[in-house]
Design a protein around this ligand. Structure first.
Ligand SMILES: NC(=O)c1ccc[n+]([C@@H]2O[C@H](COP(=O)([O-])OP(=O)(O)OC[C@H]3O[C@@H](n4cnc5c(N)ncnc54)[C@H](O)[C@@H]3O)[C@@H](O)[C@H]2O)c1
Length: 252
């Protein structure tokens, strides 16, 4: 078990990649705080972890709101006593469409969920990690922030912001023994798939997206969770400021 004795917060843990990360961390011995805007989804994942013999609690909350981050930290400390790992996984996108069709409301929502959430996680957990003598952030960015596709301009931009903010945080917080790394998934079969494609989810349309992935398949929650497991574990104690592509070669 690679995370024994650690407690991890996983935002957006009620489905998709976040669910895979939460369940993998729990299997590896971590206590897991499953956050999601969708409280019922967070409850489902936490109870499935408990049924499998792991330890988890569900905390509903919106990662764009500072007070929800405070509640998240307080709930984690109350149940588990300390926190070592924060996974900023919750994310959203505007539908794949021409740039001029993205509304201001869509732009604001994408930047609030994907970028402002990092701001709040830092405000809430950097003072705590400093006092504790260290901690780990794993931020889910995307290949979109490295090798952008058309139709996703502002989503791509938000993930570019996650990548450079994470590297900047790694540079600034290293002396506090706080590590900050990113995982960059390629397109995967989660709730966001049809939004990323912007067209009906048919075998023909999938082929277009698969054509750019040398290993020839979409990413899975387990692929992403395996990378997040390594980066959160002590095996990665000298790794900070990296953005690990989990992309079947898409960014080559
Ligand atoms: N699926 C892909 O193709 C893909 C590719 C690269 C990166 N990503 C990134 O992976 C991460 C996870 O997405 P996913 O694909 O698993 O999608 P998903 O829709 O299955 O999961 C996202 C979860 O985040 C939750 N969420 C949304 N807004 C929230 C908020 N404000 N506060 C708390 N929770 C919130 C949702 O309820 C949902 O459960 C996102 O950051 C996404 O940008 C996804």
């Amino acid at each position: 078990m690679r995370l024994t004795g650690k407690t991890a917060i996983v935002t957006g843990g009620g489905s998709g990649f976040g669910e895979g990360i939460a369940k993998t961390y729990a299997r590896e011995g971590a206590n897991v705080v499953v956050n999601d805007l969708n409280g019922a989804a967070a409850e489902r994942v936490a109870s499935e972890i408990a049924l499998a013999g792991g330890k988890a609690i569900a905390v509903a909350g919106d990662v764009t709101r500072g007070e929800d981050w405070t509640r998240l930290r307080e709930a984690a400390l109350e149940d588990f006593g300390s926190v070592q790992i924060v996974v900023n996984n919750a994310g959203t996108t505007h539908r794949n469409k021409p740039v001029l069709e993205v509304t201001e409301a869509e732009f604001d929502r994408v930047y609030a969920v994907n970028v402002k959430s990092l701001y709040w996680s830092v405000q809430e957990f950097v003072p705590y990690f400093r006092a504790q003598g260290g901690g780990v952030f794993v931020n889910i960015a995307s290949t979109a922030g490295v090798r952008p596709r058309p139709g996703l301009v502002w989503y791509n931009g938000s993930k570019g912001a996650v990548i450079i903010a994470s590297k900047s945080l790694a540079a600034e917080l290293g002396p506090d023994r706080i590590r900050v790394n990113c995982v960059n998934p390629v397109i995967g079969e989660t709730g966001l798939l049809s939004e990323f494609m912007g067209v009906e989810d048919t075998p023909e349309n999938r082929k277009r997206f698969l054509a750019g992935i040398p290993l020839g398949r979409f990413s899975t929650p387990q692929d992403i969770a395996n990378a997040c497991l390594y980066l959160a574990s002590d095996e990665a104690e000298f790794i900070t400021g990296v953005c690990l592509e989990v992309d079947g070669g898409r960014c080559v």
